[in-house]
Design a protein around this ligand. Structure first.
Ligand code: ARG
Length: 466
């Protein structure tokens, strides 16, 4: 088999060059250390390309079979850890093509007919990201299911709801969990939507202008499971919007997980004690024996920053580039891969942890009781008895002031004590001052009443089915 050996022509473009690439420049411009993770998708794309070239008569069936066979063996070599990745061969594409030619000779040199690394890499990244989105959606669905399960179990568990992190009104723990469900369900919808724009085929654009061979792009698209082909060759090789969109969606996932994390960190503290995080999601301190640290939510909260950074990197990467491909684009991979890894790992940790959360029902209930959480209910009661809302607000404010001084919750005051503030108050007031009365009264779509939470859980299961 004919193999060029001199260092300058060992590169695939050696023909034009009169001296070898500077050793440091070769290392500096290489991407193989990080783009080798595209190997499976690179091979998949090459097999489809060779299959298409054969169909249109550019390659013979024998050449195609040699190529496909060779590529499959290279894949096996890579997966067995027997493939030698070479920095001097720059990237995943040239490493694999070089090895193919090593194995099968001249047919290997024909694989790149009608193609450029520019449309090749754009195709690989799209194929890779498509799989990553599908894997992320599996973890996301596991988390969404876990949230519904816990919401259903705790549909009548009372906790204080907060605004400004001050006790506001009683809510049910199930209702609170379903709020996170809604956040993450929107994330899933975003992933489904952007996946449509990921799933388009750049191949055929070649370097930038298309190719002179009688290619059949629709056929290649069909072989690779793409919904359609990119409709402009210049755009096909230079567009990275799909990666930016993904990072934006990933950044929102991380925002949601980070907010949820913040609550879990607070709730697991000795000051709140609303939930217990099982030990397997926590670590201890090397110096303070009493410590049990909520590492998983803390780390997820911290990791959100990386994904925001990745989004910013990609936006900045693209903003100054003229059409079409520029080497800058090689810098798209590390931020994209890091965003994928981070969001996948964070979702997995949450999907494992959420079903294991142990809500401490008595403590949450007591916290709701202590915080005058039914003050709005008393105001609404007065309004229903004919008092204007602003006056009712004032009356209840005074009652709360009395409660703070006397150390009594509204439900613990006697009828006479309450009547000092308004004589429209009668015996039936105690029905609205209880925590159960308060949550049960908010019985409409989107409300916190246990009956609504149960119904919302049933709906949520339908919404994530399929
Ligand atoms: N490693 C390159 C990248 O990731 C592949 C495309 C190189 N194309 C080129 N014209 N140098 O972008």
């Amino acid at each position: 088999m004919s193999q060029p050996t001199s260092s300058s022509s060992s590169s695939m473009w050696g023909g034009r060059f009169s001296e070898a690439t500077d050793a440091f420049v070769a290392e500096f411009t290489a991407s193989v250390t990080f783009d080798k993770r595209l190997y499976r998708h690179d091979i998949m794309g090459s097999i489809a390309h060779a299959t298409m070239l054969t169909r249109v008569g550019v390659l013979t069936v024998a050449e195609r079979d040699l190529i496909i066979n060779g590529l499959q063996q290279i894949q096996a070599e890579i997966e067995a850890g027997q493939f030698e990745w070479r920095i001097d061969l720059e990237d995943v594409h040239m490493n694999i093509e070089h090895r193919l030619t090593d194995r099968i000779g001249i047919a290997g040199k024909k694989l790149h007919t009608g193609r450029s690394r520019n449309d090749q890499v754009a195709t690989d990244v799209r194929l890779y990201l498509r799989d990553a989105i599908d894997a992320i959606r599996v973890e996301l669905k596991r988390l969404l299911t876990g949230l519904i399960d816990i919401a259903e179990r705790e549909h009548a568990t009372i906790m204080p709801g907060f605004t400004h992190l001050q006790t506001a009104q009683p809510v049910t723990f199930g209702h609170h969990m379903l709020a996170w469900f809604e956040n993450l369900k929107r994330d899933d919808e975003r992933l489904v939507d952007l996946r449509r724009r990921v799933n388009r085929l750049p191949l055929g654009a070649a370097a930038l202008a298309g190719t002179t061979y009688p290619i059949d792009r629709e056929y290649t698209a069909q072989l690779l499971g793409f919904d359609s082909v990119c409709l402009n060759s210049l755009d096909a090789v230079s567009d990275r919007d799909f990666a930016i969109e993904f990072c934006a969606a990933a950044a929102l996932v991380m925002t949601h997980l980070s907010r949820f994390s913040e609550e879990l960190v607070l709730w697991a503290s000795a000051q709140f004690q609303f939930v217990n995080l099982p030990d397997r999601f926590c670590t201890g301190s090397s110096i303070m024996p009493q410590k049990k640290n909520p590492d998983v939510p803390e780390l997820v909260r911290g990791k959100a920053g990386r994904v925001f950074g990745n989004l910013m990197s990609l936006l900045t990467l693209m903003k100054g580039q003229p059409l079409a491909y520029n080497k800058d684009n090689q810098e798209d991979k590390e931020p994209l891969f890091d965003a994928i890894d981070t969001v996948l790992g964070s979702l997995r940790a949450f999907a494992d942890m959420v079903p294991a959360l142990e809500p401490r029902r008595e403590i949450m209930r007591e916290a709701a009781r202590r915080g005058f959480a039914t003050a709005t209910d008393l105001a609404d009661y007065l309004v229903k008895k004919g008092v204007a809302f602003r006056d009712a607000h004032e009356i209840v404010g005074k009652a709360v002031g009395f409660g703070v001084k006397s150390g009594k919750d509204l439900a613990e005051m006697s009828l006479e004590e309450l009547r000092q503030f308004s004589d429209v108050i009668t015996d039936d007031v105690f029905g609205v001052l209880t925590l159960e009365g308060s949550v049960n009264a908010r019985n409409h779509i989107g409300g916190t009443a246990p009956a609504q939470v149960k119904a919302a859980c049933a709906q949520a299961r339908i919404r994530i089915a399929g």
